[in-house]
Design a protein around this ligand. Structure first.
Ligand code: F6R
Length: 262
């Protein structure tokens, strides 16, 4: 895993947006895997700026989101459908038919999960998957003890994740759904490139365990150690519990020109 430590989330988000923009410019019909939550918001803001000011063209891009709450319709302000419209899709020239987000209102959830997996395959697989990390090490909503080979399916959120996400529901834990549909860990591992972002001191333990600890279903993000093309962009507080920060910083500062992220 390549670890890129930046002073602030703003600087890290600009690098993340550049990596995504470079892919979109080189392969205009690429397939992006997207995340929600607080972490990617600044990256989406920068992508919107690149679209408006530097003509970054999303017209041929296809997207698949990681997850959606079960029982929230797209019109619900806290649904991930609404989140994506608010932070990205409503501001770029993506074709509506190229946007894919699990349907949390599906009457037949296993069928919806199978349909979602098939749609990813039909699109040719995901070129780059953007990820955040939960304070318990989840990626997507693959909570600790999730099968590291899992595919898109229903999951039950942990109390920790529901408490973390209560801030989006007026701080009211009672309003946070218990269930979600999420891409599996195996689905994420099939993506050709993974870009995980982690900002803030509350991510430091999960991040250190994921990067430098053993690979374990107790921290699903740790499986990214087995991914051949995984980058992790973090800020200083999120890096606080890593052991090998001097090495990560040296590597990033001394990249050969052809590897640099412009
Ligand atoms: C969101 C997702 C989650 C979040 C994680 C971190 O689609 O799949 O894994 O990335 O819960 O959330 P924030 O960014 O709000 O700290």
């Amino acid at each position: 895993m390549e670890i890129i430590i930046q002073e602030t989330p703003a600087l890290g988000s600009i690098i993340a947006a550049r990596i995504i923009a470079k892919l979109v410019r080189t392969r205009p019909d690429c397939v992006l895997g997207l995340a929600t939550g607080s972490t990617p918001i600044a990256t989406y803001r920068e992508l919107v700026r690149l679209h408006r000011e530097e003509s970054l063209d999303f017209s041929k891009v296809t997207t698949f989101n990681l997850d959606e709450y079960v029982g929230l319709p797209p019109s619900h302000p806290q649904s991930y459908h609404a989140f994506m419209d608010e932070h990205l899709f409503g501001h770029i020239n993506i074709a509506r038919e190229n946007i894919h987000i699990p349907d949390g209102m599906a009457a037949d959830i296993p069928a919806e999960c199978a349909r979602y997996e098939a749609a990813i395959v039909a699109a040719g697989g995901i070129d780059l998957q953007l990820l955040g990390i939960g304070t318990d090490g989840h990626i997507g909503f693959n909570e600790p003890t999730s099968s590291l080979a899992s595919r898109t399916r229903i999951k039950t959120l942990t109390e920790q994740t529901r408490a973390d996400n209560a801030r989006f529901f007026e701080g009211d834990l009672g309003k946070v759904p218990f269930h979600c549909i999420t891409m599996g860990v195996g689905t994420i591992m099939d993506c050709r490139q993974v870009l995980m972002l982690a900002f803030g001191a509350n991510k430091a333990t999960a991040l250190a365990d994921a990067v430098e600890g053993p690979i374990t279903a107790m921290n699903p993000a740790s499986v990214l150690q087995m991914h051949p093309v995984a980058k992790c962009i973090i800020d200083e507080p999120a890096a606080a519990k890593l052991q090998r920060t001097a090495y990560y910083r040296w590597v990033y500062a001394n990249k050969p020109e052809w590897q640099q992220i412009h």
